[in-house]
Design a protein around this ligand. Sequence first.
Ligand code: 2E7
Ligand code: F3S
Length: 321
Amino acid sequence: MPKPPLTLHLAAPRGFCAGVDRAIKIVEMALEKWGAPVYVRHEIVHNKYVVDGLRAKGAVFVEELDEAPTDRPVIFSAHGVPKSVPAEASRREMVFVDATCPLVSKVHIEAQRHADNGLQMIMIGHAGHPETIGTMGQLPDGEVLLVETVDDVATVQVRDPSKLAYVTQTTLSVDDTAGIVAALHDRFPQIVGPHKEDICYATTNRQASVKAMAPEVEAILVVGAPNSSNSRRLVEVGARAGCSYSQLVQRAGDIDWRALGPVKSVGITAGASAPETLVEEVIDAFRDRFDVTVKVVETAVENVEFKVPRVLRQGAGEPVT
Ligand code: 2E7
Ligand code: F3S
C-alpha cells in the first residue's frame, strides 16, 4: 500500500539555544577534568534525554546543594540559582561551576543594580520555576514581588509606586508578557525596566517561527519536556495562532497517531532544551507512516554562541566560570 502524502513543516530556529549548549558542555568538561561523579544541582536543562545521557557519563543530579558531598565538584544548572547557593557552596569549601545562562546572569545583575538604586523589584515569571526562584533569590527574601498575570498587577502591594523596577523570566510568552508589562506601566507610570522585557532571543525566535507555521498546518508537535517552560509556551503559541491540535511530545513514542488522524500537514518544532536527535526520531516516525515532504519554515537565523570557559579552574570554594 502506498503511504499517504504528508508535508512536515520544520520550524527554524528550533531546539538547542546557546545557553543550553554551553551548560551541557560545562558538565562534559567537568566530567573530563574531575572524573565521575560530578554533581549537578537541578536538571542541567529540562530534558530527560540530556540528563540521562550525562548521568550515564557519571553526572549525579540532585535538587539541593546539601544532597551533594563536599569533596566532589558541583555544577549549577542553566536556569540560575539564588545567591544563597554559591554562598553556601563557598562556606562548605566546595568546588563549584556556575552553568547559569549568561542571559539569566544579566537579569540577575539588573535586579541587583535596581535594588542598589533604591528601587523595589517586581518579577514577571512563573511561581516555583527554578529561574524565577534564582532571580528572586538575588535579593533578600520578600524583596522581590512576583506577578504572573495581568490580574496580579492590579493587586500587587508596593512600598512606593514611584520607586519600582521590573525584570522578567527569559522564557515567557512574548504576547502575554507584553500585556503584563503594559498593565505595570498603566498602574505604575514611573516603573523602570528593560526596553521591552528580558525574554531571550531563543524564546522570541522559536515563538515567532511557530506563529508563522500555525496557520499552514493541521497539527503542531513541540518536542520538549513537560517541565520545560519555553517548550510549553511553544505549544500555547501554536494553539493561539490557530492550530487546533498543538501538543508537547518528549519523543516519537509519545505521538498519539489516532488523535492526529489522517493529516496532510504537520508542523514540528523543539524547545530550547530538546536535542535534534529527538526531532529526527519524530521525523523518522512520520516517514514510517507517510510519504513525507519536508518544508523548512525559517523565520530567523541564529548565530549566538556563548563562550565556554577554556579550562575549569580547580580550587575549593572558588567559582570556576
Ligand atoms: C535555562 C533557562 O531547560 P529548559 O527547558 O528551561 P525552561 O526555563 O524553559 O523551563 O530550556 C533551556 C533553558 C531555558 N531557560 C535553560 Cl533560564
Ligand atoms: Fe539562555 Fe534563553 Fe537558552 S535564557 S538558556 S538562551 S532559552
